[in-house]
Each structure stands twice: as structure tokens, then as C-alpha cells.
Ligand binder design. Sequence first.
Ligand code: HEC
Length: 268
Amino acid sequence: MRSVSLMKWIVGAAVVAAGTAVWAQEVVQATVDPEVPAADATHVAVLAGENEVPPVTTTGTGMAWIAFDPATNLVAWTVEFEGLTGDATGAHFHGPAEPGANAGVAISLVAAGAPVSSPLQGTATLTAAQAAEFTAGQWYVNIHTAANAGGEIRGQVVAAEAAAADAGGAGDADAMAALMAAGQPLYDRNCGACHGNAGQGGNGVTLAGFSALADARAVIAQIVYGGTFMPAFPQLTRPEIAAIATYVRNAFGNSFGIVTEADVAPIK
Ligand code: HEC
């Protein structure tokens, strides 16, 4: 059982698009890391400059793991980012807006007085109107810098597929066979040097019999974003990631089920 320690700051008046300061919403800064482990996320947002309106050219990338409880409207987040043109100057949920449109600030991701540094971790309780926008996919996460005051990286908040649960079933035998056949050469080329072509490990963890592979979303995120020592694989496409994730979950004596392109889509 991890210990949780919370500190509270009140976020000061924030300005909505219309220019009127209308609310002061409490954001609770969490000091536990991560506040939202990948496996607990009900929603995710993948942040990139190309999602800004208009698009921004940057090496910055980010990922938001969000847990929303419809019973209490409590939203919790862990937002990681890197590669920005400079220090982040602000980070918020914005809405309501679809991808391709801009909207004002809904809630800060940073409590007043807390640093705008990765990872951002916190919780807030949404109003009923905010919760309706949030669950309708009308919110996005936006991180601002001095060079890009309107936002440098952005990502729409989308529901995380219950990939791990879905993928745990027997699945379709033909789809499994196709994904395994596509996955093996991709794995051998991209992953085998560290994890071993038989999943036996070496420079990476042993994947044969590795129980953490049960969490499909965590496996996908590990490939997309890398780990502490493991590189990211931004060059792999969605179908390639689905094939590799399926392969590592079902080769080497493992049996964790299929990962489809639809499972990868919320993350990449
Ligand atoms: C340069 C070496 C290297 C390469 C290449 C590499 N990994 Fe890793 N991998 C690691 C290391 C080291 C870890 C241990 C933890 C970490 O760094 O995040 C790891 C951890 C993992 C984990 C476990 C994450 C967890 O839940 O703890 C998975 C799954 C994984 N790698 C899959 C892959 C796949 C799939 C590929 C190929 C697309 C790959 N790795 C390529 C080194 C590598």
C-alpha cells in the first residue's frame, strides 16, 4: 500500500475565453507519483504540437493519464511532458472544443504556487456541466511556453479503451495468428537486442512469463513512450505496435491475449 500525501492550494481566479474572470476552482496537488498509473486511467490525451490550432513545430511531446469518477465527478491526472522549447508556463484542461477548434481554460492542471514541471499531478472536482463536456470528449490538455503562449503541445481527452480487459479473452484465432506472424520480425528487429529473441531478457527485462504484460495499455505506452532506460519507438505505426504488443503478450509461453489497432489508437 503506497502512502499518499496531499497538499492543497487554491487556484486563483482564471480567465475564460470571453475574458471574464468567473471562477475559483480548487485543485488538489498530489505528491504521490504517479497519481494516475497507466492501468487506472479511464481517459488519456496524447500531446503534440501538431494538435495545436494552428499547428506548432516543436520536439515537445506529452501524455496525460486521467482517472474520472462519474459518481463523484472527481478527476485525477498525471501529465508527463518533455522536449519543449523552454520551461512550461502553464498547463490546463481547455473546453468545450472538438479537435481543430480552440476554447478557453476550464481547469488548471497546476495548483497555485506549484511548479509547472513534469509530471503534473493533481485532482479536482468537476461541476456537472464540466463533467458533461469532459465525458463528451470536448476537453483537451494544453501546455503553454513563453515561445508558444497559446499552447505548444495539445491533446484531446479521449476514453481509454478497456484494452486489458478486452484483450484478456480468447480472441479471434485468425486475428491472433496474423498479429503474431507480423509481430515476430518486428520484435526481433526492434526489441530482441535487449529483451532477447526468446524473451529471455539481457539488457531489458525478461518478457517470458512477465506478469506486467497483462496490462495491454501499459505495454503499448512502454513501446510508444519508452521507459527509464528503454528508448521510445515513435517510428512504429499503430498496426506495427499492435503486432509487437500481441507478440510479446503471447510468445515465449505467455498468454495475455490480442492487442488491436483500436487498442493502440487512444495512446498513439
Ligand atoms: C535498448 C534496450 C531496449 C530495447 C531496444 C527495448 N527495451 Fe523494453 N525495456 C528495456 C529496459 C531496460 C526495461 C526496464 C524498464 C525501463 O527501462 O522502463 C524495459 C522494459 C520493457 C517492458 C516492461 C515495462 C514494465 O511494465 O515494467 C516491456 C513490456 C518492454 N520493455 C517491451 C519492449 C518492446 C516491445 C520493445 C521493442 C519495441 C522493447 N521493449 C525494446 C530495454 C529495452
